[in-house]
Design a protein around this ligand. Sequence first.
Ligand SMILES: O=C[C@H](O)[C@H](O)[C@H](O)COP(=O)(O)O
Length: 228
Amino acid sequence: MSDDVVISKKNAGYYAADLVKDGMIIGLGTGSTVFYAMERLSVRIKEEGLNIKGVPTSFQTAMRARDYGIPLTTLDDYPKLDLAIDGADQIDPNLCMIKGRGAAQTRERCVAQAAEKFVVVADEGKLCDVLSAVVPVELIPFSFGLVVERLKELSGNPKVREGVKKDGPVITDNGCIEIDCDFGEIKDAKALQMEINNIPGVLSCGLFTEFGEKTVVVVGKTDGVKTL
Ligand SMILES: O=C[C@H](O)[C@H](O)[C@H](O)COP(=O)(O)O
C-alpha cells in the first residue's frame, strides 16, 4: 500500500469517526480503513469521554476494538444502530458497491441493515464507473457443490478462496466457505445480487446495492475528504 493510500484511508476513517456522537450505538465494519476510524474513536473516548458502544462485524474488528478500548455490544442487545462505519472494495456512481475482501460481508450486511445511516470509508482508488471487482460469496459447506454449479451458470468463474498459512479454503467467522467470482463488468448489480443471494446455501454475497438512500461515502484523499 502506497503512502498516499495510507494517508487517504486515514483521512476517511478519521472524518467518519468524527461523525459519531455521544451515546451512539454504532456498527464497526472490517478492514484497514475502518481501523483508522476506530483509532480516532479510541482517542475521542480517552480525550472527550465519548460514550459509545460498537457492534463488531468480525473477530478481527472485535479484537482491535478491545485493544482500542471501544466497548462492544451485540445486535441482540441493540437491533437498531445509529450508524455503521464500513469499508468497500469498489463503489459505483449509484453508491452500489462490492465488499468482502476480508470475508466479512455477511455480518457487514446485517450491521448495515440495522443502522440508520451507513457511512462507507474508502480511498479514491475504490471509485469506479462500473463494478467489475471480484464478488465474494459466503456459503454453508453443505451447499458447496450446488452453489459452485449455480455460480458457473451465472458465468461467475467461481474460485474457492484459499487460506494463508492454512491449506484449503478460507473458513469465515461464521464457519462457512468463501468463494470469489469474476463476472467482469457487472451491468445490473441489483439483479445479480438477488440471483446470487437466492441460491440455497448462500449466506450473502459482496454486492451491496440496497443501502443507497442511507449511505454516505467518505472518500479519503491525501489532502482531506470528499463525501458522496
Ligand atoms: O470483508 C471486508 C470488508 O468488506 C472491507 O470493508 C473491505 O474489503 C474494505 O477493506 P479495506 O478498507 O481494507 O480496503
